[in-house]
Write a protein that binds this ligand. Sequence first.
Ligand code: URA
Length: 234
Amino acid sequence: MAEAKRLDKFLSECFELSRSIIGKEVRAKHVSVNGEVQRDPAFKVYVGDHVALGDVEVEVYDKLYFMVNKPAGCVCANDDPNYPIVFSYIEEFGIHGCHCVGRLDLDTTGLILITNDGQWSHRIASPKHHCGKVYEVTLAEPVTQQQIAQLEKGILLNGEKKETAPAVVTVRDPLHIELNIFEGKYHQVKRMIAAVGNEVTALNRISIGALKLDPALEQGEYRPLTEEEIALFS
Ligand code: URA
């Protein structure tokens, strides 16, 4: 039998509202389960039940977690008028309210995580958790010792008030470095590399925290995360 969830806990996660607000809504008879008003916040709901808060109805879902090897030319958004969205590679998308954990640029490839578990994705994305993200960076010009030193010290990017957190640079060869960064500012890697006087010609993310992109996944392929992988951010 599928696992039961408390009605107030499910609604609080689903609508990102506090349990106390949800409790008030339940007691005010604004919540129904499968068409019947439900006044007990501890009422148990199951996957497949239809729960309504006011006019908004949702189906009780399981938590879902995927990794995708994002190809270039698709966007990390729920819809886009011009480009395919990363979810179009996932058959299950659309049913369970999934979102991308952070974003990669249109031309960036590699590891993107997709989930419908807001708390889990917050733990990964929040700068408070110092979750490193490693990018393979292809450079236009050979990297110099001075550039490495600047990247590892921290850089004040245009429009920012604080320097970037010190990054960790691993040189594969003069035109290929791995950059481990601990924040997720807009276009951060490209801006950091431009700030030290070089240019990114290709960018591929290979890990988020201890979670590595599965080398068996071709670009455009995805797979569910294992229990162990999910637990890395729990
Ligand atoms: N930094 C960038 O500049 N682009 C990305 O897609 C990710 C990190």
